[in-house]
Design a protein around this ligand. Structure first.
Ligand code: GAP
Length: 446
């Protein structure tokens, strides 16, 4: 973990938020390379959900949430962790993460108390505690409250899904392990609505789909274990949850949860609950003005769909992917290199174009033209690396995971070819500059 944290800071992937003022616990900022990696990961997810499935639609809902939404979702009552205070050092811990001793000696703990993890903020000009909103603790709730809007505007029939990527906030008692447990993070969530009775099959289907997807992002099944969450650990909305547990540098922990949320959420937020044959135990709702159900085309009966929810953390995804990609290679003769073997579609920079000499106009102009041509392919970021030090350029691009370095030398001016160096094998080959766009497209999409 220390090596990853150091690489992230040194190369501009991830920084402690507000570091110049001592930082803010549980918050991180993504730097120039981190934001590219994170966007690439989110795009891969979006593509695999929304673009590859005509029965999945996207959504981008507000973060600030009406408290009534989180009342009926059950979060006001149940979204809490038991916490314990140490009377000796005055620190606060999660009950399941108590230290043996604190910095002032032996701990003297209070009885556990429930601590709600939702952040609240004032809305409007008057701060008297009556007009507030929550920062959403999961992106899912706005998917449920928009259920009818999406169904009506996109004419969906079961089974279908609504996908969303966005920030979520939790006032974690003990944020830790770098970007693993933070207070502000991003989720990629799909709520997949199915006919009651087909939910268990769909649950299995989604677990398999999600494992395959993580493998394509460079997180192999061998680094993952599935955890069938026992009944006494299930979230209040879940009938069954399978957690995808990844071997993070600090231990085996949850990367993604895939829950069978039954008809709990739509059933909680709908009006006319009594008429809808809801199977989950829900709080009576007299505030909702909308029926969150779908009419069965054959029987004409109204059905409250069951929901299968694959919910993945973007930040935990970034950490897992970087951990898998990180390699320290022995090059012999006492030399070694750090290489980030990211899948090319995730790499922050797809190719670096390097003129052999930084002060030679002919080389620099040719390299600059090539950069512009390759950039227009829209594969992601292409950089012109005009430092004049090829060896240093290779080392930097190995460390940040750039799949290809393309060197423009004097031969390039004569025969319009360039040297392409592969990050993983370090092999070099001469490629015609005219063929480079096609070459790059193939390498990035492989
Ligand atoms: N909508 C369901 C839900 O939010 P969750 O298991 O609480 O379920 C889903 O969260 C995913 O969000 C987790 O698998 C994890 O990847 C990510 N996540 C949750 N809390 C987090 C935190 N404090 N920091 C970073 N990621 C977190």
């Amino acid at each position: 973990m220390d090596e990853l944290v150091s690489l992230c800071k040194r190369r501009g992937f991830i920084f402690q938020s507000g570091e110049i003022y001592g930082g803010l616990q549980g918050m991180y900022d993504y730097g120039p390379l981190g934001v590219e990696l994170k966007n690439n990961l989110k795009n891969a997810w979006w593509s695999s959900m929304v673009y590859e499935n005509d029965n999945i639609e996207g959504l981008d809902a507000s973060i600030l949430s009406n408290p009534t939404v989180l009342k009926y979702s059950g979060h006001e009552d149940t979204f809490s962790d038991p916490m314990v205070d140490c009377k000796t050092c005055k620190s606060r811990f999660r009950e399941d993460q108590l230290p043996e001793s604190c910095n002032k000696g032996k701990c003297d703990f209070t009885e556990p108390r429930q601590f709600n993890l939702m952040f609240k903020t004032n809305v409007g000009p008057i701060d008297d505690g009556t007009s507030f909103a929550y920062l959403r603790p999961e992106t899912a709730q706005q998917i449920f409250t928009n259920f009818k809007n999406v169904v009506d505007s996109s004419s969906k029939a079961l089974p279908f899904g609504i996908a969303q990527i966005g920030k979520a906030f939790r006032n974690e008692i003990t944020p830790r392990n770098f970007i693993f447990r933070v207070r502000e993070f991003e989720q990629m969530e799909l709520e997949f609505f199915v006919h009651p009775g087909t939910d268990e099959d769909w649950h299995k289907t989604w677990v398999k789909k999600r494992l395959d997807w993580w493998e394509k992002q460079g997180v192999p099944k061998g680094s993952i274990e599935l955890y069938d969450v026992p009944d006494d650990e299930l979230a209040h909305y879940s009938k069954g949850t399978i957690d995808i547990m990844y071997k993070f540098p600090h231990g085996l922990e949850e990367l993604e949860g895939i829950a069978n949320r039954t008809d709990f959420d739509l059933g909680s937020h709908t009006k006319n609950q009594d008429e809808l044959n809801i199977s989950a135990k829900v709080m009576p709702n007299n505030n909702s003005n909308t029926r969150l159900a779908i009419q069965d085309l054959n029987s004409k009966k109204w059905v409250v769909p069951y929901v299968i929810e694959p919910s993945a953390g973007v930040d935990r995804g970034v950490l897992a992917i970087m951990n898998e990609a990180y390699n320290l290679e022995d090059l012999g003769e006492g030399k070694e290199r750090i290489v980030l073997k990211l899948k090319p579609h995730l790499s922050p920079i797809k190719a670096a174009v390097i003129p052999l000499k930084k002060n030679n106009d002919g080389l620099v102009n040719k390299a600059s033209e090539l950069k512009k041509t390759l950039q227009k392919l829209n594969l992601g970021r292409i950089v012109l690396e005009n430092t004049g030090n090829i060896g240093k350029g290779y080392r930097r691009h190995d460390e940040i995971g750039t799949p290809l370095c393309i060197t423009i030398d004097f031969e390039s001016l004569d025969d319009n070819t360039a040297t392409v160096r592969d990050r993983d094998t370090m092999q070099q080959e001469r490629v015609s500059i005219n063929d480079l766009p096609e070459y790059l497209i193939q390498r990035i999409n492989e």
